[in-house]
Ligand binder design. Structure first.
Ligand SMILES: [Zn+2]
Ligand SMILES: [Zn+2]
Length: 400
């Protein structure tokens, strides 16, 4: 082994003596440096020492003896330095950058990649097998009912792919299909009626891993196949659904009214949740909340209820800031405040101002489709109390 150039004036035995003396601590390092006539600062002396050969360890790549650099006196007798091979440069750590280790890692990565590709291909085949659309009998557009058409129209407007070949995963879309839980209800509804089916092109991660693969899927992650029969022209049929070319007789007024109320309730809950979070109130709406807002919707429009929520939260916040109640009490009081506010406003015939939609809570596709395209009541869906009369009035208006 070649000695460091600053030690080359010494014999091997002298170097052994030097190291013994250094590690024994019997003499100060600057004294040792003088004694052996070495040109180095005392703190760096140990870096000149020849590395220690490790007799019991061979390099896994080339069978040479592994060596390790000497520690400083303060670390001695421990040695935290990493052993390495003097022949091929291999180091005993996971990130060794010797040629063999690099190529080993690349090979391992390649094998893993191939293994994954093989497994993915198998999964793909299983998905094809289970979700091959040939097994679903396409549904005739004429047999679709009112709800089917409203939900499907909204979904297609929201997520139909550019080439009309499939419905894109909800999760990948911007905006909102429908407020609150309704978006999942729409998917479940259409799926249960076989109007949409899982598209085999869906990404592998849209299905739950496990023995049951691919029978369980995530409804917001899969692509859907539109299981509709196209008589003449596909784009013609799709256009018909997208533009809700419904005859007046087809509009089921009671169902439409229920949808309106459902949408309105969820829009109120979304607004409540948004404003509560904004002031840092944590709150889990339960059955009571639904009842209170359903009651409010008998007398107020969504835009007015936005105002009621806003004022109730402002009041609760003020009480909390004045230390009259705890944050939890303040949060819980919001619903009671909304209820009380609504009741007083109704009895005393207050003029409740109408709030606008927030940029952060844009109108959902279902809301737009139902109000603008199907019922043609436009902003009344937001600014008026949900009512059968308004729907009847628009639907039954004689043609211009
Ligand atoms: Zn080696
Ligand atoms: Zn290596």
């Amino acid at each position: 082994m070649k000695l460091h150039e600053k030690l080359q004036h010494l014999s091997l035995e002298s170097v052994e003596d030097l190291m013994r003396l250094y590690y024994s601590g019997d003499k100060a390092t600057n004294e040792i440096i003088g004694l052996f006539n070495i040109n180095i600062s005392p703190s760096r002396l140990y870096t000149l020492f020849p590395p220690e050969e490790l007799d019991d360890r061979l390099c896994p790549h080339c069978d040479s003896k592994m060596i390790v650099n000497r520690p400083s006196k303060t670390n001695y007798p421990k040695n935290n330095n990493t052993p390495f091979c003097s022949t091929c440069g291999h180091k005993e750590n996971y990130s060794c950058k010797c040629d063999k280790c690099i190529s080993d890692r690349e090979l391992k990565l390649k094998r893993l990649k191939e293994e994954k590709e093989r497994k993915d291909l198998e999964k793909r085949k299983l998905i094809e097998l289970v979700y091959c659309n040939v097994s679903h009998k396409p549904i005739n557009i004429d047999s679709l009912e009112f709800e089917d058409k409203v939900y499907l129209g909204s979904l297609l407007r929201f997520a139909l792919s550019e080439d009309m070949s499939n419905i894109l995963p909800l999760e990948s879309m911007e905006g909102s299909l429908a407020p609150g839980e309704i978006k999942y209800d729409i998917i479940r509804y259409l799926y249960s009626k076989n109007i949409i089916t899982v598209h085999p092109m869906s990404s592998l991660s849209a299905f739950k891993e496990g023995e049951d693969f691919p029978n369980t899927f995530y409804i917001n992650l899969v692509n859907y196949h539109l299981n509709i029969k196209y008589d003449v022209d596909k784009s013609c049929t799709i256009n018909e659904i997208l533009n809700s070319k419904m005859l007046k007789e087809e509009i089921q007024i009671n169902l439409a009214y229920n949808m309106w109320k459902q949408i309105a309730l969820q829009e109120c809950l979304e607004y409540l949740d948004y404003q509560m979070k904004k002031v840092g109130f944590s709150f889990n709406p339960g059955e009571k909340t639904n009842v209170v807002f359903n009651d409010l919707l008998d007398n107020f429009s969504v835009s007015q209820i936005y105002g009621i929520i806003y004022k109730s939260i402002t009041n609760a916040t003020r009480y909390y800031q004045e230390n009259k109640i705890t944050k939890k009490q303040a949060a819980n009081s919001v619903i009671t405040r909304c209820q009380g506010f609504g009741e007083r406003a109704f009895i005393e015939q207050w003029q409740i101002s109408k709030y606008s939609r927030l940029k952060d809570l844009p109108q959902s596709c279902l809301s737009e489709f139902l109000f603008n395209k199907v019922l043609k009541i436009g902003s009344k869906g937001f600014d008026e109390i949900p009512s059968i009369e308004i729907i009847e009035c628009e639907v039954c208006r004689p043609c211009d």
